[in-house]
Design a protein around this ligand. Structure first.
Ligand SMILES: [Zn+2]
Length: 81
């Protein structure tokens, strides 16, 4: 499977697109694939809703919080001196 950064055949926007499973001539972006009415009959939608990105986002949030904690700690130490 090839991933392109091209114009979506459905909405016309420049997105990361993949070749449609049902109609190989089409390049579809994630949004159009997800809202596609044929998704139910599609054997394997190219844009599968994955849990991975959510996990990634959570990880970055945690990292941000940790960074904030460290910063606040450093700031409080600076204030004391
Ligand atoms: Zn699209």
């Amino acid at each position: 499977m090839t991933i392109y950064w091209e114009r979506c055949s459905i909405c016309g926007k420049y997105h990361i697109v993949k070749q449609c499973t049902l109609i190989p001539e089409l390049l579809v972006c994630p949004q159009c694939c997800i809202i596609c009415p044929r998704r139910r009959v599609c054997p394997k939608p190219v844009w599968d809703i994955e849990i991975k990105p959510v996990i990634k986002r959570r990880a970055t949030v945690t990292r941000k919080r940790e960074a904030e904690k460290v910063l606040m700690d450093l700031l409080s130490r600076l204030e004391k001196t």
